[in-house]
Design a protein. Structure first.
Lengths: 279, 440, 347
């Protein structure tokens, strides 16, 4: 039976982040927590193929108990089984420790119930590193296709998959043996409006919770803070850019505004560039 | 995934004040209730002034205080403000009858309150299904309602009784044929409001409240609505102020007014502006309010279904009552549904008992009594401009008459009225007002 | 360890070098100079070295030397002709194991990001993505200077400095155009060191069936001197026609803010910002762009920024050299006319 596994993460909705005008700090209240959008599209693709091939989807998420709501959202979107890997000892992990834990968990699931495709979103919108997917692939010694925009074919007899991968310059059509890990762009699938039975199932769903003690035993030196070679050494605010001048075209007129602009451009030495190099 | 029917003992459409009340009451009796809400969370689509009246909450949840409802402030001071172009007369009462524990009314914000209210329904055992809109009914050939259709794929839910608490846009109520005509714009008001943040100390200072356990709720009449039929309100929250107003839709259309513009004018009024100065706009929103009252009410029941709350036009505008009617109506509909289950009969024979129950209490009585009120305001615009202006001028004159012969003062004050409206007409207005309010 | 090696991955595809490779050679040279004193005191050499994989790419190795590499490790083999994750990361891991570099920089391109995580995981070391500042600094408890890698976090509001204290190589990925291109020295000398490639076609596992070159525009906006970007203020996808006209008049390319791409108004190859591209053109025109942090971090390094927005409080005005409060549908046509008039006048 076709078995897809999707790694999902809960992130703050960074498009809605505000700065407190008095303190200059991040306003964290009221910032909704969402499923990482790239993970959501990856999951939608997995569910699409589950329906096509009459299979099943397992989701895995590593995080605090608050990630339960994200696992329920995954069930609503069509996943069959949700596993939350949660424990204080796993917290503070950088991408290396995270890929270690996820790889161990996925290996354990694979041993009991062979997985054909492992889906990741291309990056998480809070960390933006795009490192965990490739890290897991290396640890599991799997071929990886990043920036996947379309799964053309899955052949369960031949054990191959054909995936379109988009780079800056072109799209590559890659064929890899199963199991394969892919990291997905939003284009890979649209997120459907869940059928009512799936929504109702998600509302009642309790994820399985795995901790650092079991069912998988982790090497304590590779998890959490201990397993993270990188640490945040310090944090600071970025240097404030110096704002230039603001003029109101409605007050002084468009032409005056343009004259001012081109004058400034000349001072800055970019006027010839603006004129397409013709001066 | 099997294709089994999704079935419940009862369905409630809308997890607002009426809906969660109905769900709560039925779930407590052991019924399997589906509470269907189209928003992400209950309350996300609800908006009001406003204050919640505790008598209604207590009827459904006697131990509500132990459950820590998210009230902002108790109403310890309430009354009317009369705005003229540049003036303001305040008539409020504090203490006395308002000094009760718990208070009769608590100022609230709907997003948090409705969410809490729905949680109580869930705790009682109701099953909340969010992010799902009911679009139609499943009916027997005879027309009896036996379930609903939602906007999701495979989205049919069966139940022998459905309580419709869908709010002011009562499309489902219309689909059931319970309304014999479209509501007219004259029967709807658009309420707009802003929630403006202010530090609690500032609220205390500006509104004369002695502590955080004190709150002010006022109805504002007069220049708030440019002399058009409508009323404004001011409510003090913990760390913000809700200011807004409602204007009848037909008037807005006739004068081609944007409610946002009227609200801005109100906020810039010389008496109002200082109250909100320095605050940050937290929220801005608008909501329709059914004002047609008794005459605009649909039939409240049919085979297999009942209607409660705004969907049934249960609003008394003068008294800012709608939420309590919704809650009580939800409860009464639930009791009727429970009765239907015990009798095994979901037809009109039993659902009509809902209307009987409504007649016993205040809801239908008041709606009947006030049925002429909104229309009255429309046909008597002097209550929005002449009289508030007169009150402001007269009292203002009283307090600036130092050194003037007082005979002239009183003539002047009266003249302030008779210049605008003859005594006879004014007397007639008062009688008409009494009739509109008393329902004669 | 007889030398302190500062490595840069030289990225090439189909024989074409990605210019970020040169930018990183400049950074590596800078970092190397910062440890010079410390290294000399220990009697140790400091080297800037490139790592180049491909087939028939020796010419690129020579160019790398002109951009500042002391050595270039060259792995040239048919199995490496087109980028694939397995043979590439395995080959790099092999040479890294052999030479034990101290710092390893990779460009944060799609290829680079596909590769970097695999290399770092395989080597069990730390990797900091999308760094905007890199320097060698003193870290408590460390007996030599370590790489301080700074990157924006939480949409650019906070700058976080990351260190990797106990593992090597200390790895960082850097977006194109964050750092300037170093000088090209045609007389520079260095060594090209060929290395064996053990990767096999079987081990590669991935097979590229075809390359599809897009019919719709996949523009590489990162290296253009002029970018005209449109934002939500355009109001509709048709607004991009006006943006295109201005870009054309200025001899530049079209950029876009994320909401426009999300709304499907224009393809993501034009997206500027945290989840798009980082650009530093000479001239950047932001029309109808509010200037949310996620966008600003992608373009605030531009030399001259012109912002046009009807909202005087739009954050974009905080980074603009000239901010025009006005309607872009009035200002831009006038700007195009002005440009054409001036071109004619000087023609």
């Amino acid at each position: 039976m076709f078995h897809a596994l999707v790694a999902v993460k809960q992130v703050p909705d960074t498009t809605n982040i505000r700065i407190d005008p008095d303190t200059g700090n991040l306003v964290r209240e009221g910032v909704p927590a969402i499923m990482n959008p790239y993970d959501a599209h990856a999951l939608a693709a997995a569910v699409e193929w589950k329906h096509k091939l009459n299979g099943k989807v397992t989701v895995v998420s590593m995080g605090p108990p608050s990630f339960t709501v994200t696992i329920r959202e995954a069930i609503e979107m069509g996943a069959d089984r949700g596993i939350l890997v949660s424990s204080r000892k796993l917290a503070g992990a950088d991408t290396l420790a995270t890929s270690y834990v996820l790889a161990e968990v996925i290996k354990a699931i694979h041993a009991e119930d062979p997985i054909d495709l492992i889906f990741f979103g291309k990056q998480a919108i809070d960390g933006d590193t795009a490192q965990v997917g490739p890290g897991v692939a290396v640890r599991m010694d799997l071929p990886i296709v990043t920036y996947a925009v379309n799964i053309r074919a899955v052949d369960l007899d031949d054990d191959t998959v054909v995936i379109e991968r988009r780079t800056e310059r072109w799209t590559e059509v890659m064929e890899t043996p199963l199991p394969t890990l892919l990291t997905c762009e939003k284009e890979i699938a649209e997120i459907p409006f869940a059928p009512l039975p799936d929504l109702i199932k998600s509302l009642k769903y309790e994820p399985e919770v795995w901790t650092e003690a079991g069912p998988v035993e982790f090497d304590v030196n590779q998890i959490g803070v201990k397993g993270s070679p990188t640490i945040v050494y310090k944090m600071g605010t970025p240097p404030l850019p110096e704002a230039g001048e603001k003029i109101n075209a409605r007050e002084i007129g468009v032409q005056a505004a343009l004259d001012f602009t081109f004058g400034k451009a000349e001072e800055a030495g970019v006027l010839s560039t603006m004129l397409g190099g013709a001066e | 995934m099997s294709n089994e029917r999704i079935e419940f003992d009862a369905i409630v459409v809308g997890a607002g004040l009426a809906g969660s009340a109905a769900a709560m009451v039925m779930a407590r009796e052991g019924l399997n209730v589906a509470l269907i809400e189209r928003g992400q969370k209950p309350g996300g689509k609800n908006y009001f002034g406003g204050a919640i009246y505790t008598h209604a909450i207590a009827e459904v949840l006697p131990d509500y205080q132990d459950r820590k409802p998210p009230f902002e402030r108790p109403v310890t001071e309430a009354g009317f403000w009369f705005l003229s172009q540049t003036g303001l007369t305040r008539m409020t009462v504090q203490g006395g009858k308002l000094d009760t524990e718990p208070a009769d009314a608590y100022i609230t914000l709907r997003a948090s309150f409705d969410a809490w209210w729905a949680e109580q329904a869930q705790e009682a055992g109701a099953f909340l299904i969010p992010k799902t809109a009911v679009t139609d009914f499943i009916r027997k050939e005879s027309g009896e309602v036996i379930g609903v259709v939602t906007d999701r794929p495979q989205g049919e839910i069966y139940a022998p009784i459905v309580i419709i608490c869908e709010g002011v846009n009562n499309l489902l109520t219309q689909k059931l044929g319970l309304i014999d005509r479209d509501l007219e714009p004259a029967e709807m008001a658009l309420a707009v409001k802003q929630v403006i943040s202010l530090k609690p100390e500032v609220i205390r200072a500006r509104f004369g409240l002695s502590g955080e356990d004190q709150g002010l709720a006022v109805s504002v009449l007069g220049d708030v609505s440019l002399g058009l039929p409508g009323m404004g309100f001011v409510y003090t929250n913990k760390a913000s102020v809700s200011v807004g107003m409602g204007v009848m839709l037909d008037v807005l259309a006739e004068y081609r007014l944007q409610p946002a513009d009227i609200l801005q004018r109100y906020l810039q009024h010389p008496a109002i502006a200082p109250l909100v100065e320095g605050g940050q706009l937290l929220e801005y929103g608008a909501h329709l309010i059914p004002e047609g009252g008794y005459k605009a009410m649909p039939k409240l029941y049919t085979d297999g279904a009942m209607v409660a709350g705004d969907a049934a036009a249960m609003v008394n505008a003068l008294h800012w009552e709608g939420t309590n009617m919704a809650i009580i109506a939800g409860k009464l509909a639930a009791e009727t549904a429970i009765e239907a289950h015990s009798r095994g009969d979901f037809s009109q024979r039993v659902t009509s008992r809902y209307e009987d129950r409504l007649k016993e209490g205040f809801i239908l009585k008041d709606l009947k009594q006030y049925r002429g009120f909104s229309k009255f305001l429309e046909t008597h615009p002097q209550f929005m401009d002449v009289y508030p202006n007169f009150v402001n001028d007269a009292i203002g004159q009283f307090f600036t008459a130092y050194g003037k012969p007082k005979q002239e003062l009183f003539k002047g004050m009266l003249g302030g009225l008779t210049d605008r409206r003859s005594l006879i007409k004014a007397a007639g207005d008062m009688i008409s007002m009494a009739r509109a309010v008393m329902g004669w | 360890m007889t030398a302190r090696r500062f490595w840069v991955f030289i990225e090439q595809e189909q024989g074409k070098v990605h210019p970020v490779s040169w930018e990183l050679l400049g950074v590596a040279r800078n970092l190397a100079s910062q440890v010079q004193e410390e290294a000399e005191a220990a009697g140790v050499e400091v080297l800037v070295e490139g790592v180049l994989l491909g087939h028939n790419v020796r010419g690129i190795a020579e160019e790398a030397i002109k951009y500042g590499a002391d050595h270039v490790y060259l792995m040239d083999d048919p199995v490496l002709e087109h980028y694939r994750n397995c043979p590439y990361y395995q080959s790099i891991v092999a040479v890294a194991g052999k030479y034990q570099p101290e710092v390893f920089l990779i460009g944060a391109t799609t290829l680079g990001r596909d590769l970097a995580g695999a290399v770092a995981t395989s080597l069990g070391t730390g990797l900091t993505a999308d760094c905007t500042q890199l320097e060698m600094g003193t870290v408590k408890g460390a007996n030599q200077l370590l790489l301080l890698a700074t990157r924006p976090a939480f949409g650019g509001n906070i700058m976080a400095t990351i260190v990797c204290r106990h593992h090597q190589p200390q790895m960082s990925s850097v977006r194109p155009r964050v750092f300037p291109t170093p000088a090209y020295d045609p007389d520079a000398e260095g060594k090209i060191i060929p290395e064996d490639v053990d990767a096999t076609e079987e081990g590669a596992r991935a097979c590229i069936l075809e390359f599809i070159h897009a019919k719709e525009d996949t523009v590489d906006i990162e290296y253009s001197d002029v970018i005209v970007a449109g934002g939500r203020g355009l109001g509709s996808p048709e607004g991009f026609e006006l943006i295109k006209s201005l870009a054309h008049a200025m001899g530049g390319v079209v950029g876009a803010s994320r909401p426009c791409v999300d709304a499907g108004w224009i393809s993501s190859s034009h997206q500027v910002g945290q989840s798009g591209k980082t650009v530093r053109p000479k001239v950047y025109v932001a029309a109808g762009v509010s200037g949310a942090l996620q966008h600003k971090v992608g373009m605030q390094g531009s030399d001259f920024i012109i912002a046009i927005n009807t909202d005087p409080n739009a954050p974009i005005f905080e980074v603009a050299d000239v901010g025009i409060v006005g309607d872009l549908y009035e200002v831009i046509p006038a700007m195009i006319a002005e440009i054409n008039a001036r071109k004619e006048a000087s023609a």
